[in-house]
Write a protein that binds this ligand. Structure first.
Ligand SMILES: CC(C)(COP(=O)(O)OP(=O)(O)OC[C@H]1O[C@@H](n2cnc3c(N)ncnc32)[C@H](O)[C@@H]1OP(=O)(O)O)[C@@H](O)C(=O)NCCC(=O)NCCS
Length: 205
């Protein structure tokens, strides 16, 4: 997504924060697409939105103004990662330009993180442009860590940071490697030592 904007903020109206829910083709779907596509470097098709919203509608939260117009939105998913930890993924986040800087996106991220914790997530990850200061601030304020720099990640050629929030002790050390991956001997030893320390002495296969 694009970098910071220079818009003058409109005073915060009374907002309602609501989940998208389980209704598939919600009347808000066009507004969500419109809001997100405005600031996106990747043009997502309707199928991408349906992929997330049909399956994880309860992990999408919307900020609505007094007229029920969409002011902000977050879209996420949660599923096991390669047979390992339950991994939440924040796919999209946007606040309407004139409402930025008032904590709306922060509140949406908090709601999504809280819901994912309730659903037993082990970790939550996302990518964001390395130059997107507001986005980095939101996530790092909430404890997300930069785990990788992804060169030319976006279609526009810009790099991204992968950010991760680890929710349970030991999760980063559990095996999330693809089944065909055979660690080098020294690597395996390190892995086993870490896992043993975290699992209270149990050895992993
Ligand atoms: C990123 C985005 C969602 C932030 O929405 P928002 O509602 O303005 O966010 P918040 O008000 O909750 O918080 C923004 C944080 O960034 C800071 N910030 C805002 N604008 C900034 C700027 N131009 N430069 C530096 N920091 C900035 C705020 O001070 C705040 O940090 P703080 O709580 O430590 O003070 C919004 O800018 C947006 O929609 N951008 C386009 C889409 C996008 O980039 N999405 C994220 C991709 S993953």
């Amino acid at each position: 997504m694009s970098g910071p904007s220079t818009h003058v903020a409109t005073p915060a109206p009374k907002l309602r924060y609501v989940p998208y829910g389980t209704v598939k083709e919600s009347p808000y779907l066009p507004a969500i697409r419109h809001l997100i596509s405005k600031d996106l470097s990747e043009p997502y098709s309707i199928y991408v939105y349906r992929y997330f919203l049909y399956q994880w509608g309860e992990l999408c939260f919307m900020a609505l103004d007094e007229q029920d117009d969409l002011v902000g939105v977050i879209v996420c998913k949660l599923e096991p990662h390669r047979g390992g930890p339950m991994r939440g993924y924040i796919a999209m986040l946007a606040t309407r330009a004139e409402f930025r800087g008032q904590g709306i996106a922060t509140k949406l991220v908090r709601m999504a993180v809280t819901r994912m914790i309730e659903m037993d997530a082990d970790e939550i990850i996302l990518e964001t442009e390395t130059s997107n200061t507001p986005s980095l601030r939101i996530y790092e304020n909430l404890g997300f860590l930069r785990t990788k720099r992804l060169h030319r990640y976006y279609l526009n050629g810009n790099p991204a940071f992968r950010l991760a929030l680890y929710l349970k002790p030991g999760v980063p050390g559990t095996q999330t490697l693809p089944p065909e991956y055979e660690p080098a001997p020294y690597d395996r030893e390190g892995l086993e030592t870490r896992a043993a320390a975290q699992l209270g002495g149990m050895r992993i296969a």
